[in-house]
Design a protein around this ligand. Structure first.
Ligand SMILES: Cc1cc2nc3c(=O)[nH]c(=O)nc-3n(C[C@H](O)[C@H](O)[C@H](O)COP(=O)(O)O)c2cc1C
Length: 371
């Protein structure tokens, strides 16, 4: 293993030898500097949850079926009154110019060219307006509440003006434990990477009365919305409000009761509470709590089409992929991301064909085998 190699520049073609979506993970090691790679691929703490996220998929098996009718087979779905051709969405991922000079602009281009819904992060390295301009398909805005209410409101107004179709509030990352892997690799933020949506905001005010108080709890208090602020957003928003980072059936029920349009079962790809359960085993518990018809999306650990199949069989309406899009972006920009999406879709369709599922509803009623 050579940690001191010079990273390659992104390609403007799809590299030979990519046989499956996951191959981008391996190849990305040549394109991303070692410290940045540690930041992206790492979880939080000791990566326990990160590892469990992926392993969880191996505990389930899909039974082949051999006499299905697949004449009108398709992967389409409807969510919040919108039609989607496939159930793979691009998870919100911050600061994508870390991986590619065009960052989110290329991701948006890939999303548009593959009919994929992109979730644009509050912490994107280009503005939400620039992303919307590039992406003529559907896009949702991922909101991090800001310490000052007026800054949060300004972001929501901008997202509405730029024709985003949903607001996704991420609630699990008001604080994040550092990734020990990234710290050891010497990862540091460079001044070149900016949160383009937030550059007009004043620097976060340090609370004068915080002397002697835990900076961790203080930081949480600044960045997490109160229940009242969240409820106000849900009540007032003209767009559906979806909550990301749900890992407990009771939280899911509470959010449903509060009028949230949907939820995303996610542990942030193992980047928040290290030691949290994998997202996959939590998914059926959440689905059972909220009932069959409430929109539940899923992420954390998706690396293949059969992973998508399993998540849907365990209760998801659709899934998000986080790191795979970054790896593909680093290798070949928009082309890489579009290619990765195409591969994942093909892998899902193969799985459906061989398990006798003609549509996502068939997958939802498929029983997986615990192995
Ligand atoms: C480098 C990186 C940055 C991320 N930034 C955000 C973000 O800005 N907002 C957010 O809601 N989630 C963010 N996430 C979490 C992803 O949206 C998603 O939940 C996670 O990556 C899914 O797991 P996976 O990488 O195994 O697919 C980030 C994840 C990574 C790896």
């Amino acid at each position: 293993m050579n940690h001191h190699r010079t990273p390659l520049s992104p390609l403007d073609y799809i590299p030979a030898g990519i046989a499956c979506a996951r191959d981008y993970e391996q190849l990305a090691q040549k394109f991303i500097p070692a410290d940045i790679l540690a930041y992206i691929s790492g979880g939080s703490g000791h990566d326990i949850t990160l590892r469990n996220n992926e392993q969880a998929f191996h505990h389930w098996a899909i039974t082949p079926r051999i006499m299905a009718n697949l004449d009108n087979a398709n992967t389409g779905l409807e969510l919040f009154g919108n039609r989607f051709r496939h159930p793979l969405f691009l998870a919100p991922v911050a600061y994508q110019t870390l991986m590619h000079p065009q960052g989110e602009l290329d991701t948006a281009y890939a999303a548009a060219s593959t009919d994929t819904c992109m979730l644009a992060s509050t912490l994107s390295s280009v503005t939400l307006e620039q992303i919307a301009e590039r992406d003529h398909f559907k896009h949702w805005f991922q909101l991090y509440f800001q310490p000052r209410q007026e800054d949060t409101e300004a972001l929501i107004k901008r997202a509405i003006a730029a024709r985003y179709q949903a607001i996704v509030v991420t609630l699990d990352a008001a604080i994040q434990a550092p990734s020990i892997r990234a710290v050891r690799a010497g990862f540091k933020w460079s001044d070149a990477v900016i949160a383009a949506n937030l550059i007009h905001q004043p620097p976060a005010a340090c609370a004068k009365d915080s002397a002697g108080l835990s900076p961790i709890f203080q930081s949480y208090r600044r960045n997490a919305p109160t229940q009242q602020q969240l409820q106000q957003l849900i009540d007032d928003s003209p767009l559906p409000v979806i909550i990301k980072g749900v890992m407990h059936p009771q939280d899911a029920l509470q959010l449903k009761a509060s009028g949230a349009a949907g939820i995303i079962v996610s542990n942030h790809g193992g980047r928040t509470l290290d030691g949290a359960p994998a997202s996959l085993p939590v998914l059926p518990l959440v689905r059972a709590a909220v009932g069959d018809d409430f929109p539940v999306l899923f992420d954390s650990g998706i690396r293949s089409g059969s992973d998508i199949f399993k998540a849907i069989a365990l209760g998801a309406d659709a899934v998000l992929t986080g790191r795979l899009q970054l790896y593909a972006l680093s290798v070949a920009g928009a082309l890489g991301v579009a290619h990765m999406i195409k591969l994942l879709r093909e892998e899902l369709e193969l799985c459906m064909a061989m398990s006798g599922c003609a549509n996502l509803a068939d997958i939802r009623v498929t029983e997986l085998h615990k192995v």
